[in-house]
Design a protein. Structure first.
Length: 295
């Protein structure tokens, strides 16, 4: 007898969305990390979310320096350092300077899965000073004093913005010429005035304009996430000052060969000459005798 056949669908698709992502869940029992939706769905840079997820997946004590993160990700130091600053500003990352029992000071990095969270692994805060035990003092009501309007504090003078007229013209010329190498390196007057002192320092150290241009434009990123002036300021600040080329050694002047000593055939004095013969005095005397005889 043949078996009965069912017309029911193998998989119920009631309630399945008609568009968008469909999750295929797998229950994990090991090698997983719990991440809050606030962090996973954080708006902004994907590099920031990726760095945060990677740090949360690491064991306690793993290095999370910029060099260690750059060794794992393909992004450079600029994007990694910017991601760490964003996480620190959002409250996920905290750097503390702690003193060891030996007296040395080190910097410890704490990472929170929830900003401002107070979990069991949260670092202890600084101890609060004990409250003094004093008896309450009963004060007699004093006569009300007339209210005095507070004197407004004078506003602090703002630092003047850098002016292009006060900058080194040679440094400004180097910055303006960068657009010839890459058209994206277009700077405003304020940006050029802000970067000119660092370029002038390199020029004063003996580095030529061509070398500075090459150092600022080598291996540029395909896309700038901020103004090009910020990228140039980072290179001027983080790149070690190049050592200027050493001055060429002076050309040595070859000395003439020293002639050997000869003995004069007339007065037997020593004189320098290539071949034996008479000294200068004897030659002059012989020349005078020949003139006298000829006359």
């Amino acid at each position: 007898m043949a078996g009965s056949q069912s017309n029911a669908r193998l998989r119920a698709d009631a309630g399945a969305p008609t568009s968008g992502v469909i999750h295929v869940r797998t229950r994990l029992t090991a090698d997983f990390t719990v991440i809050s939706n606030a962090l996973a769905q954080r708006c902004g840079s994907a590099v920031t979310v990726g760095v945060a997820v990677y740090i949360l997946s690491l064991p306690t004590g793993a290095p999370v320096t910029i060099a260690a993160l750059c060794g794992h990700f393909s992004e450079g130091e600029i994007l990694i350092s910017r991601a760490l600053r964003e996480l620190e500003a959002a409250g996920y990352l905290e750097r503390r300077r702690e003193r060891l029992s030996s007296g040395q000071i080190r910097t410890r990095t704490y990472f929170y899965d929830v900003p401002g969270g107070d979990g069991p692994d949260s670092p202890p805060g600084p101890p609060k000073p004990p409250r003094p035990r004093t008896r309450p003092v009963v004060q007699e009501p004093a006569s009300p004093l007339p209210e005095v309007a507070p004197t407004p504090s004078p506003a602090e003078p703002e630092s003047p913005a850098p002016s292009l007229a006060d900058a080194d013209p040679k440094a400004v010329a180097v910055l303006i010429a960068l657009r010839r190498v890459d058209p994206r390196l277009v700077l405003s007057e304020r940006e050029a005035a802000r970067l000119a002192p660092a370029v002038a320092e390199w020029l004063a150290a003996g580095v030529g304009a061509h070398e500075i241009t090459e150092l600022l434009t080598v291996r540029l990123p395909d896309r700038f996430r901020a103004r090009p002036a910020s990228f140039l300021a980072f290179r001027l600040r983080e790149t070690p000052l190049p050592v200027p080329p050493s001055a060429p050694l002076p050309v040595t002047v070859e000395r003439p060969a020293v002639l050997p000593f000869q003995t004069c055939d007339g007065c037997e004095r020593a004189f320098r000459a290539e071949e034996p013969g008479h000294c200068r005095s004897c030659r002059n005397h012989l020349a005078g005798e020949h003139l006298r005889v000829a006359g």
